[in-house]
Write a protein that binds this ligand. Structure first.
Ligand SMILES: C[S@@+](CC[C@H](N)C(=O)[O-])C[C@H]1O[C@@H](n2cnc3c(N)ncnc32)[C@H](O)[C@@H]1O
Length: 261
C-alpha cells in the first residue's frame, strides 16, 4: 500500500471512530490532561495562562479544551471532520469564553505561516505517529513555533508494545487492511470490554510508527531545538527504553524542546 492509500485509511478510521471520545469530560478531568502535559516539563496548569498554543492532531478536543480552561489560547487542527465536530461541541459546552479555534487540516500540509502567527507552544501528542511522515510533521510544528517556543511531542517508543505489535500482526493476517474486520477481530480476541473508539485506535488503525529517544534528540538538533524534558525521565537512552519495555509500561513517551533564540 502506498502512503496516499495509508493516509486515506487513517483518516477513514478517525472519521468513523473519533478518538479519544472520552466519556468523562468534567472540567476537572479536562484540566487533568493539561496538567499531565505541563508536568512533563515540571510545570503546572498556571503555565498555560496567556500562551498561544498550536495543537497538531487534536482528536476530539479534550486536551485543547483543558488547556483553554487554564487560560491558554489554543488553535487546534485535525484532518478528521468528525473529530473536529466533537471538539467544537466540547468547547462550546465547556468554555464560556476563550474557546479554542479548530481547523480541519492535514498536519503534513500546513504551511509555515498557516495561521499568520507563530506560537509559544506546539503540542503533538499521539498524532504524528499516525501520519505517514512523523518527522515531517515535527518539522512543520517547529516551523510554526516562535523563537524560544516549546514543542511537546508524544510518540510510541521504538522498544515498546511488543505484545501489542504481535497482536496487530495477527489481526492483519486475518483481516488485512479492512478496518471493520480488524476491529471485529481485535475485539473478539483481545479487548472484549474496551470502548469502541479505543479498539478502533488499537487494531483498526493501519498505520503507526515507533520512535526512539535518540531519534527525537536528533530531530531536535536538526531543528535548532534544545531538549528540556521528557516523560518518563531518562538518563541513558536505549537502556532506559529497554527498562521501560521490561516493566511493561511507557509505550508512549513525551519529549519537549525549546527553539533556540
Ligand atoms: C490517536 S488520535 C490522538 C488524538 C489526541 N491527540 C489524543 O492524544 O487524544 C490521532 C489523531 O491524529 C489525527 N491525525 C492523524 N494523521 C493526521 C494528519 N495527517 N493530519 C491531521 N490530523 C491527523 C487523527 O485524525 C486523530 O484525531
Amino acid at each position: 500500500m502506498n502512503n496516499k492509500e495509508k493516509e486515506k485509511l487513517v483518516k477513514k478510521l478517525y472519521e468513523k471512530y473519533p478518538y479519544p471520545s472520552r466519556i468523562d469530560s468534567s472540567e476537572e478531568k479536562l484540566k487533568s490532561f493539561a496538567l499531565w502535559t505541563a508536568k512533563t516539563i515540571n510545570e503546572n496548569n498556571t503555565y498555560w495562562k496567556g500562551k498561544t498554543i498550536l495543537e497538531l492532531g487534536c482528536g476530539t478536543g479534550e486536551l485543547s479544551v483543558g488547556i483553554a480552561l487554564c487560560g491558554g489560547k489554543v488553535t487546534a487542527v485535525d484532518f478528521s471532520k468528525a473529530s473536529i465536530k466533537k471538539a467544537k461541541l466540547l468547547a462550546n459546552k465547556k468554555c464560556k469564553q476563550n474557546k479554542p479555534t479548530y481547523f480541519l487540516r492535514n498536519i503534513l500540509k500546513l504551511k509555515e505561516n498557516e495561521f499568520k502567527k507563530k506560537f509559544d507552544i506546539v503540542i503533538a501528542l499521539g498524532s504524528l505517529h499516525h501520519t505517514i511522515n512523523a518527522k515531517k510533521g515535527f518539522e512543520i510544528g517547529c516551523k510554526n513555533l516562535a523563537k524560544e517556543g516549546i514543542m511537546f511531542i508524544g510518540l510510541y517508543n521504538k522498544y515498546s508494545r511488543l505484545r501489542h505489535r504481535i497482536k496487530r500482526i495477527f489481526v492483519r493476517i486475518i483481516a488485512g487492511d479492512n478496518i471493520e474486520k480488524r476491529i471485529k477481530i481485535g475485539k473478539l480476541f483481545f479487548n472484549k470490554k474496551t470502548q469502541k473508539e479505543r479498539i478502533a485506535d488499537k487494531f483498526g488503525q493501519i498505520h503507526e510508527s515507533y520512535h526512539s529517544i535518540n531519534e527525537i534528540l536528533e530531530w531536535f538538533k536538526e531543528q535548532n531545538m534544545e531538549f528540556i524534558g521528557s516523560k518518563p525521565n531518562y538518563k541513558t537512552p536505549i537502556i532506559d527504553e529497554i527498562n521501560w519495555l521490561l516493566k511493561k509500561r511507557n509505550a508512549f513517551f513525551v519529549m519537549s524542546g525549546k527553539k533556540k533564540a
